[in-house]
Structures are given as structure tokens and as C-alpha cells.
Design a binder for this molecule. Sequence first.
Ligand code: ATP
Length: 611
Amino acid sequence: MRSALRRLLSVAEDPDAVVAAAPPVPLKEVFRRFWPYTRGGRRWLVLIAVFSVVGPAFDAAEIWLFKLVIDDVLVPRDLSLFLPIALAYVGLTLGSGILNFADSVTSTWVSERFLLALRSEVFRHVQGLSLGFFERRRLGDVLSRVTGDVDAVETFLLSGVADALYYVMRLGIFVGLLFYLRWDLTLLALVIAPMFWFAARHFSRLIKAVSRERRRRTGSISAISEEVLGNIALVQAYNRQEWEHSRFQRESLGKFRATMASARISALFGPLIDLIELTGALVVMGLGTWELTRGQLTLGGLMVFLGLVSQLYSPIRELSHLSNTFFGASASAERIIELLDQRPQVREAANAAVLGRVRGDVEFDGVSFSYPETTEPALSQLSFRVAPGETLAVVGASGAGKSTAAKLLLRFYDPAHGSVRLDGADLRELRLGDLRENVAVVLQETLVLHGTVRENIAYGRPDASGAEVVAAARAADAHEFIKLLPEGYDTLVGQRGRLLSGGQRQRLAIARAMIRDAPVLILDEPTTGLDAESGRRILEPLRRLMAGRTTIIISHNLLTVRDATQILVLDHGRVVERGTHDELLLRDAAYARLHRLHRPADDALTLERLP
Ligand SMILES: Nc1ncnc2c1ncn2[C@@H]1O[C@H](COP(=O)(O)OP(=O)(O)OP(=O)(O)O)[C@@H](O)[C@H]1O
């Protein structure tokens, strides 16, 4: 019986969950963490507290009027007091209407201000996390926390607290009145209060467990949707729709089960509370009727007493329900806290130096680095120096560590040993914003945002004028194709720029880097994925972009690297060769082998062959 009940009121956790549950956090800690976000709305909380006192006072007055109606109008059959009582009723109803209006507007304002502050803080925090966080987490789950879970925290903190305050006030006022009326009957009525408490405690625990599972499933659903819809071409091309659908269905079913368990808990809780309440009311009614027959209580007195007792139980009952709401919402709060507790791996030093425009002297000094949770180092003892305006080419097989070097230069990660310097200053001593202001990137995976062509280019420098955008596009050889787009610079490029070709996206990225006009440039496989013709077309704009800047060009197929002042050949994170193109060919080792391997493509695309 017990185990069947337990099964009915709980939900099994899935060990292969897409998204793991956040670590549990005690309720007190949840309050402590979120209370600061109520700043700015706290004065209004005082007002809400005042409403919480006045509201029950109105209710109590209404019940008192009811006693007057029975004892002074109905029983003596005397109409003389009817008019004043009726007017008092109208006055009370109007008063409580105004109060409700003010209360509802104020509470919504305070709640929404809180949400505004919390959501914006969570977004700012997540945005500031290091690349490593995003490389390891499911984006969809993070999105569901920033949107859905944040709302639930509001329930927890403000609406919940305001309601709790209201019920406690009601409770206080009614207990006071009842004691004033009949202290002995009141004590009797209160005997059952601990039963409410025990029931609430037990059920809150159950609710918390299923809510946690529900929120986790919501995160998983969001994660799968994001992954599948974001890679829809892959899913459709490989006919994985059924498989993805079953994955989605499994998580949805998990959420369904958790929601049903939560509904069963609530559905059982309601009648149980009713039963407890009825027990109390019957005991009081029995004793009251006995007193009535002995003439120690008037009929009006008994009616008022019973009315007040039901008013007394309603806040107790609501408080028990609220405890379920609290515990349910705390599951969301835990997910937000886990997000807020993530610390960026790369942090700006408190006394970080301000950096103006640098000359562009880049140095790696004995840099070693391993990605978190990996054993093999991605870079070992990497050292090189590029003087301002020079070009360093980094070549090597796939996985050799080339892109990792670029990530360290952008300070997406910090080296475990050694240091990366810009104009002689260790990157860890500089302000992050200043560092990235000085570096422009064109990456392997062209990053294009949903927006117009103009917005995408100006992303490199938001204050750029229209003429500057066009000039950058011309220099990137993009102006011609942009002009032919349906709405020219105002054409929307679609999600991730999918309405453009690979070469066009790349030229847009070059224009963006061009407009940024940074002294240091990182080109990570800028011609990858392009055919020979498109590859050739972007070489000239690339060359214009590189002119006068310190450039680090990464390539594993040796494209565009011959002009480099220095070439590094990486293998398993180590430098195995360094020198100029001619020196390395003469040595006839790793670079020469790579060169022979890529010669056909290389011949078609080399910078040297451009007019
Ligand atoms: N975020 C990451 N977490 C863990 N390991 C990573 C991560 N990114 C890269 N690696 C590993 O680090 C090593 C170096 O990767 P890197 O991307 O720097 O290679 P690469 O030379 O740029 O390769 P490619 O030419 O294919 O782009 C590889 O073994 C790779 O598996």
C-alpha cells in the first residue's frame, strides 16, 4: 500500500537524462540569493504589507456586520438599523474594491521589476561566461533557464512572499477576533492547525521532487529542439527525423509523467486539507451548538464564530498550498542558481591595465594548454613572436592545435603555463574589452547574425557610418554582390546567413573585420569550404585586410601562407618546424610533405599568382 502510494506520488528519474538536475539548494539559501534583486521595489513591499493588513480588516468588518444583521435586525425583526448596516456594507465593498485594485497594480509592478532585474542579470552573467562553458553545455537548456525558470523564481520570491504575508496577517486578525469572542472555542479550533502543518511539509517535499524533474525535462525538451531545429539540414539529409522525434518524445513523456505526478499530489492534498478543516469546524460547531442550547451563546454569535473559523482556516489552508508552490518554484530557483554560480574561467584582473590601440607585437612564450576534462595537452611549449605588421602562418594536420592558439590570443582561455603577450603585456593583465578591441577575426565557421547585410558588417564597429560600411564592403569585394541582392545593404541574410553562399558570407566577414580596423588580425582557415574559384576571389580582399596589420593566419591546407614572414608547423600541439616558405621547402621535412600533398589546390589559390 505504502509503496503503491509512493509510486503514485513520485516520478522515476531517467539515468540517461539529456540535461542533469541542478544540485539541491535549501530554501533559506534560495531566499538569500534572490533577495538582492528586489532592490528598488522594497518600499512598495511595505505598501503591499499595509494592504495585507487592511484587506483582512475589511473582511472581518463584513463578518461583524453579518452578526449585527442577525442579532439586531433579523432576530428582533427590527428594521431601524437596516439602512446604516446596508450603507456600511456598500462602503466596505467599495473600499475593498479600491484596495484590491491598488494591491494588484502594485504587486504586479513589484513582481515585474524584480523579473526585469533578475532576467537581465542572468543574461548578462551568461553572456560573460567563458567559451568553455558554451562548449560544454546544451544551449537549449540554458535558454529555458533564462526564460521559463526565471519566471518561476518570481512566484517564489515576491508573489509567494506577498501572499504569505497576506495570509499571516489574516490569520493574526482572525485569531485575535476569535480570542476576543471566545478564547476557549478558539483554542479548540486551533488544535487542528498542526495537522495542516504536517500535511503541508510532507506534500511540499513530494512536490519539490517532481517539480525538479519537470523543470529538468523542460530544459531537455528545449535543448533537443534547439539542436534539431538548428541543424535541420543535417537531420533531414540523414533521415534522422524519426530518431530525433523519439528522443523528443521521450523527454516530453518524462515531463508529462512529472506533471501528472504533480497533479496527483495536488489533487490528493486538496481533499486532505478539506478533511482536516471539516474536522475542526465540526468540533467547534458541536461545542457551539451545545453552548447555544444552554443559552451561553446567541445564534448570531455562533454564526459569526463559525464564519470566523472558516476565515481562520482559509489562510491556514492557503499557507499550506503556498508551501507547495514555494517548493515547486524552488526547483527552478536551483537551476538559476546553478547558472549564476558558474564563474567565467577567464576573468579580468581587478587592476587590469587600460589598453589603447596597440602596435601589434604578439608573443607566445612557452605556452602550454589543455582543455578542461582532457588529458592530452592541446598546446605544449608554444613560443613565437610576430612583429607589428608581420604575418605568421600556423599550419599542421587537423587537431594539431592551430585554432587553440587563436583562442588563447583572443583570451577565450588562459594558458596553463607560459604567457601570451600583446605589445609586451601579458593578456591576463589587460582589460578583456580592450584586448578584443585590438583584434579582428575571420573564423573558419563564418559567423553571420540574423539581420541585414549592413547590420552584419557594422557589427564590427557599431558606430560606423553608411559610407564606411560601403567602403569596407568594397574593400572586401562584397559590394558587387550586395548591390545585386533584392534590397541591397538592407537585405536580410537569414538565420546564420543561410540566404548567402559560403563565399559571400566569408566576404561579409572580411568586411566586418575590415571595418573594425584592428591592428591584430586572426584568420582561421578563411578559405575552408570554398571552391577554388570562391577561394581565389577572397584572396585579394584578404590581402587588403592583412596589409599593415599583424596577422596570424591558420591553415591546414597551406593556402595563402607562402607570403608569411614566418611559418610554424604544429603537430600534436608542438612546433615541429619553423621558417619561411622557401627555408622549409629546402629542409624537405614536415612542411615540404604537407606542401606536396596540397600542391594542386595550392597552385590554384596561391597569393603569389594573383595579379
Ligand atoms: N573545446 C574543446 N574541448 C576539448 N578539447 C578540444 C576542444 N577544442 C579542441 N579540442 C581538442 O584540442 C586539440 C586541438 O584542437 P584545435 O581545434 O586547436 O585543432 P586545429 O589544429 O585547429 O584543427 P583543425 O585544423 O581541424 O581546425 C584537438 O585534439 C581537439 O580535439
